[in-house]
Design a protein around this ligand. Structure first.
Ligand code: ADP
Length: 219
């Protein structure tokens, strides 16, 4: 069966960067709830307008809405055929329970990066408005600030302000850490050191995932 993987990690731990590398490696579809919501915002729908209010303030959207979005996405043919790398979902215990009720996951990976390091990374993070590719002040695109991948405009995210970052990190400790612990109790969790170059972290994740799947093929 196609790989079904969840990536956990604080804001700025590298979930988006690693998802892109892992999607290529495993041939699975990268599904980022943050990217999906930012697309809805860019499309200017009524839902996008409401989502933007939550996002800009650093608050989470309601669990039922997010679970509905993921339920629909899991049913689509690309995910059914290729598998999924979930980035940004689940983020609360009810989301975790909901997900476990609708699909069989192989493994969850927690990318561990200390709070002081992510704070530094987030303040220098820049993203492509069009495709979501991630850059930083230290590693800008070749032509600042035009995306190397798609030519889109590369900017700072509206919610990468000091206030919203603080709120998102607090929500992570309060709401997401218990969800991670739930996966640990179920024997589905691998924790990986997220410090170092992205390619080094990717090697660690692949090793942890492959070892986990070899041990527990159908979990
Ligand atoms: P970050 O991990 O840096 O907070 P994301 O791109 O994953 O960034 O998410 C951005 C925002 O989108 C979140 O702050 C929240 O408002 C909303 N969001 C994304 N995923 C979820 C989710 N699973 N549940 C609730 N809200 C979500």
């Amino acid at each position: 069966m196609a790989l079904q993987l969840v990536l956990f990690g604080r804001q700025g731990a590298g979930k988006g960067t690693q998802s892109a590398l892992l999607a290529k490696h495993y041939g699975a579809v990268h599904v980022s709830t943050g990217d999906m919501l930012r697309e809805a915002v860019a499309e200017g729908t009524e839902f996008g307008r409401q989502a933007k209010q939550y996002m800009d303030s650093g608050a989470l959207l309601p669990d039922e809405i997010m679970l509905g979005i993921i339920t629909d996405r899991l049913a689509q043919p690309d995910v059914r055929a290729g598998g999924i790398l979930l980035d940004g979902f689940p983020r609360t215990v009810p989301q975790a329970e909901g997900l476990l009720g609708i699909t069989t996951l192989n493994v969850a990976v927690n990318i561990e990066v200390p709070r002081d390091v992510v704070l530094e990374r987030l303040s220098s993070r820049r993203v492509c408005l069009n495709c979501g590719a991630i850059y930083s002040l230290d590693e800008p695109p070749t032509n600042p600030w035009t995306c190397d991948v798609c030519g889109g405009e590369v900017v700072q995210r509206d919610d990468d302000t000091a206030e919203a970052i603080g709120k998102r990190l607090a929500a992570y400790e309060r709401d997401t850490v218990p969800a991670i612990e739930r996966f640990g109790e179920l024997g589905l969790l691998e924790t990986v050191d997220g410090l170092g170059r992205p390619d080094e972290v990717a090697v660690r994740i692949v090793a942890a995932v492959d070892a986990h799947v070899a041990r527990r093929p159908g979990s």
